[in-house]
Design a protein around this ligand. Structure first.
Ligand SMILES: Nc1ncnc2c1ncn2[C@@H]1O[C@H](COP(=O)(O)OP(=O)(O)OP(=O)(O)O)[C@@H](O)[C@H]1O
Length: 706
């Protein structure tokens, strides 16, 4: 046991307690396995019986039998979920303990805290408390002394007389420490110094107090979380989902929760966290998918990555102006007001007739007025529906015939009373105003720029009733700074549910189309806004270095040290590749597992990928089409690396030409803050001004340059 400050006698007791807990868990696992096996056999028998006797059964018997089988299957599924939880607990039954004496009780109770609840099957005593249970908040929120926790039936007050933290792996006690303070710094530092596994991990054992406040916030319908790079925003959002699923288990299931992630690689990267916490993985969506769902049959469009690549490579002023205009809150209000007034201003009631029967302009105006709450195209459908019904009645009453051509004829006439054929036509009409004409530049009749994608979808939603995602009751929006007000307007229309919206205004990577925190707050004025300032991911040296690129006075790094970042000057491109190969070699010899080579653009990443692969390096290139995160060495762009992390990071092409403007600065900042333990930057030609005076220089190569 490497780290222990618990006295020998207590240590012995702890070992005995662990052995006892593991024994009870193993017994329960055995019992559950036996019961699952026997239930599975029963189901097989039930099915066989049903199969043999199916013909002789009447309807009620069949229904009864089916119900019986369904019930057995459900109970096996339930037992199987419990079995998985016990299996998870067997490796590491608990990570914390709180000794708490409630004011109205004589002696202290001992509460062990783990990833799930576990009760003694015979006595029903709770042996392990789920980290989300009310009593467990004592562990996260208090030091020793007076403390309280809230339960659904009231507040329990008392005193914490002791707190311990454990590291148990494969059922073995690695260490136990007495931690009067909130989640001891030693344990946190140990956790942070570990090597990055391939995917994001749960952090239940070391959740910090400020993070716990976000996770356990159950009152905010919409919660906006602004947090510095590496402050645990994404981890916290996923733990919050797990908490809400536990707290509202009777009304909320994983099917009702969705995460809007920036790309599929990120989605894959975070996919382990909820299953590790014993919850089902939740569904994911991204804006690209929303775009294709809406526009698939209507119009082709530039993709988001094409827009980003275009703007990073060569920022054309006119394109930039269009993107910028459509990314303002003012644009949403303008478009919204314009859409709203179309019904009043453009609808021209007139008489319609079919088979010598007429409906007057007044009749049409009344029918249109009647449905004023509906979006305009749904409203027109309503008028058409009523008109068809009325005329059909009259025709049939007079002994005439009514066919589908008559219905279509009436519909056509009603539609003709409104000058815009569909949402796309209406959206285009918005730009007929001379002041706006230059702001819409479709390339061809059926192809729009990415900047028009969400304004058009918004127009579609505001003009025809959509089903949306009604079953979703909670939406997590990650990288909030990357979405424009019009995208938020689309989200608001599609998801009328609780939301956790998180991001960092210092990490906006979308040229001319990012949203600031005040803008997002204006869109969700009802939201609770919380902030995380402590940064956990990187060593102090890496964090200080990144601060040089983009200063954030609010950021507080966790005290953890490592080698200073190195800026390696190279004589030319071949020399740069050679230096990168040497750094990769060095990485292979180190204890680090993951290495990210983060370029400014995907094109640069692809070119370097080719060169390194030819030199025999095994590595994965992640681009906008990638769907899965990869282990080992990854090469990608800053845009795609956002949200990911690596033990070590190499940033090639850190020269003055490559990193010049504010967008580049942001890309460089994001690339640097992906590193947990080590950071290297290479450049051929003068170094970018963003790195002047930062990091340690590589003397040999600087000599080579001279
Ligand atoms: N309380 C904690 N205990 C242990 N590790 C933590 C804690 N909080 C955060 N971390 C670690 O810090 C790293 C950063 O977390 P995460 O990716 O959730 O941060 P983020 O704020 O979303 O980062 P970014 O915005 O820079 O992508 C992860 O490795 C995470 O496990």
């Amino acid at each position: 046991m490497a780290l222990t400050d618990v006295r020998t006698q207590d240590e012995e007791q702890e070992r005995r307690h662990l052995a006892d807990t593991v024994r009870r868990l193993a017994t329960e696992l055995e019992r559950l396995t036996g019961s699952i096996d026997s239930s599975a056999r029963t189901i097989e028998e039930q099915k066989e019986h049903m199969w043999i006797n199916w013909r002789d059964m009447d309807f009620a018997e069949k229904a009864g039998y089916r119900q019986e089988v369904d019930m057995s299957v459900r109970s096996v599924e339930h037992a199987d979920r419990s079995r998985k939880r016990i299996e998870r607990l067997l490796g590491s039954p608990y990570f914390g303990r709180v000794d708490f004496r409630a004011d109205d009780e004589a002696g202290p109770g001992t509460f062990y805290i783990g990833v799930h609840n576990f009760s003694d099957p015979e006595t029903q005593d709770v042996l392990i408390h789920d980290w989300r249970a009310p009593v467990s908040s004592l562990f996260y929120d208090f030091e020793s002394g007076a403390a309280f926790f809230d339960t659904p039936v009231g507040t329990t007050r008392g005193e914490i007389t002791g707190k311990r933290q454990y590291k148990i792996e494969d059922g073995r006690l690695e260490y136990v420490i007495e931690s009067a303070l909130n989640i001891g710094d030693d344990v946190l530092r140990r956790e942070l110094s570990r090597s990055a596994d391939d995917r994001m991990k749960n952090i239940v054992a070391t959740i910090q107090r400020e993070q716990n406040a976000v996770i356990r916030n159950e009152t905010a319908e919409v919660l906006i979380l602004q947090g510095v790079a590496g402050s645990g925003k994404t981890s916290i959002a996923l733990h919050r989902v797990a908490f809400l699923l536990y707290r509202f288990k009777d009304t909320l299931s994983s099917d009702n929760v969705m995460i809007l992630s920036p790309n599929k690689v990120f989605g894959d990267y975070i996919a382990n966290v909820l299953p590790e916490l014993g919850e089902e993985q939740i569904a994911e969506i991204d804006f690209d998918r929303i775009a294709s769902t809406f526009l698939a049959k209507l119009v082709d469009h530039e993709t988001f990555s094409e827009q980003v690549a275009g703007l990073i490579d060569h920022a054309d002023d006119a394109v930039a102006e269009r993107v910028r205009y459509k990314a303002t809150p003012g644009f949403v209000s303008e478009l919204d007001a314009w859409i709203t007034s179309r019904a009043d201003e453009d609808f021209a009631p007139a008489e319609i007739k079919q088979k010598y029967h007429r409906l007057s302009a007044e009749w049409i105006a009344d029918a249109f007025d009647e449905a004023r709450e509906l979006p305009v195209f749904t409203r027109l459908d309503h008028v058409a529906h009523r008109a068809v019904r009325s005329l059909k009645h009259r025709v049939l009453d007079k002994g005439g015939k009514w066919g589908s051509a008559d219905t279509a004829g009436v519909r056509r006439q009603v539609r003709a009373l409104f000058p815009h054929k569909d949402a796309f036509a209406l959206y285009k009409a918005f730009y007929r105003d001379p002041a706006r004409r230059h702001l819409f530049k479709p390339r061809g009749r059926k192809w729009i720029e990415h900047a028009d994608v969400f304004p058009l979808i918004y127009t579609m939603i505001r003009t025809s009733r959509q089903d949306g995602y009604r079953h979703i009751r909670h939406l997590v929006v990650d990288e909030m700074q990357d979405y424009t007000p019009i995208q938020y307007a689309v989200l608001r229309e599609l998801f009328s549910c609780g939301m956790t919206i998180l991001g960092d205004s210092n990490q906006s990577v979308n040229p001319f189309s990012s949203s600031s925190l005040p803008t997002i707050h204006d869109i969700f004025p009802e939201a609770d806004c919380l902030e995380l300032r402590k940064s956990y991911r990187s060593t102090v040296e890496i964090t200080d270095f990144a601060q040089h690129i983009s200063r954030n006075d609010k950021l507080v790094p966790v005290e953890r040290h490592g080698p200073p970042p190195r800026v390696v000057a190279c004589a030319d491109q071949p020399d740069q590749e050679a230096r990168i190969l040497a750094l990769i070699e060095q990485h292979h010899d180190s204890s680090h597992r993951s290495l990210g080579i983060v370029c400014k653009t995907v094109a640069q990443a692809k070119a370097l990928h080719r060169a390194l692969a030819e030199a025999g390096v095994e590595l994965t290139c992640l681009d906008y089409d990638s769907t899965a995160f990869a282990e080992g060495i990854v090469i990608t762009s800053a845009h795609i690396a956002k949200g990911l992390e690596f033990d070590a990071v190499i940033i090639p092409h850190a020269d003055a030409e490559n990193y010049t403007n504010d967008i580049d600065r942001c890309m460089l900042y994001i690339a640097c803050t992906r590193a947990m333990h080590e950071l290297h930057l290479t450049h051929a030609g003068p170094v970018t001004r963003f790195l002047e005076g930062a990091g340690e220089r590589d003397g040999r190569s600087q000599l080579a340059l001279r």
